[in-house]
Ligand binder design. Structure first.
Ligand SMILES: Cc1cc2nc3c(=O)[nH]c(=O)nc-3n(C[C@H](O)[C@H](O)[C@H](O)COP(=O)(O)O)c2cc1C
Length: 164
């Protein structure tokens, strides 16, 4: 019988979550990465949990930020997914390579992504090698298009820019 870690890895490989790009800004520093670990966690009040690896550049900026900007990624936005999931802000300036403008709370709002929300960080929770950022949605917009969202099974071909 396979060990529990192997079984767990096989089980989680079946999950096919839509991917997010989470951006943030603190003291003039911008960061963002591709995120597959997330969930809505409450209806009233509305709450949303985003999990960031403690090793990521994005985490280091996010711990100092008031809010995070959550983008829902369309399937066709492979360039954005590769940049935010395959490169690290420790080495490159991702925001010099994409179009964006200042969104809520100064966080970078990515051009070409029309479904997003900004959430205030109301709690940070240690969850293992990732930290959960519990968000209270403040502002956002949702566009319904025929285009499906980018999901984990397609995005996992991207080699993460940072070891988790
Ligand atoms: C399919 C996929 C899912 C990912 N999910 C997460 C995640 O849930 N949380 C996270 O912190 N990083 C996740 N990553 C890793 C980061 O997006 C990646 O290491 C990125 O390069 C980190 O950039 P940064 O160092 O600029 O923050 C994922 C990467 C891929 C390819």
């Amino acid at each position: 019988m396979a060990g529990i870690e192997t079984t767990f890895a096989r089980l989680t490989a079946e999950l096919d979550a839509p991917m997010l790009i989470v951006t943030t800004e603190a003291a003039g520093e911008r960061a963002g990465c591709l995120v597959g670990f997330w969930t809505q966690s409450s209806i009233r009040p509305p709450r949303f949990l985003v999990c960031l690896s403690r090793l990521n550049h994005t985490y280091k900026v996010a711990v100092r930020a008031r809010s995070l900007l959550v983008h829902f990624v369309p399937e066709g936005a492979t360039g954005l997914a590769e940049l935010f999931g395959g490169e690290t802000g420790d080495e490159v300036d991702k925001f010099a390579r994409v179009e964006w403008h200042r969104g809520p709370d100064g966080a970078p709002l990515l051009a070409g992504v029309d479904t997003w929300f900004s959430g205030e960080v109301v709690e940070r929770i240690g969850l293992g090698d990732h930290v959960g950022f519990l968000l209270a949605p403040v502002e956002g917009t949702v566009h319904r298009t025929e285009e499906p969202r980018l999901r984990f099974h397609r995005a996992r071909r991207i080699a993460p820019g940072h070891p988790a």
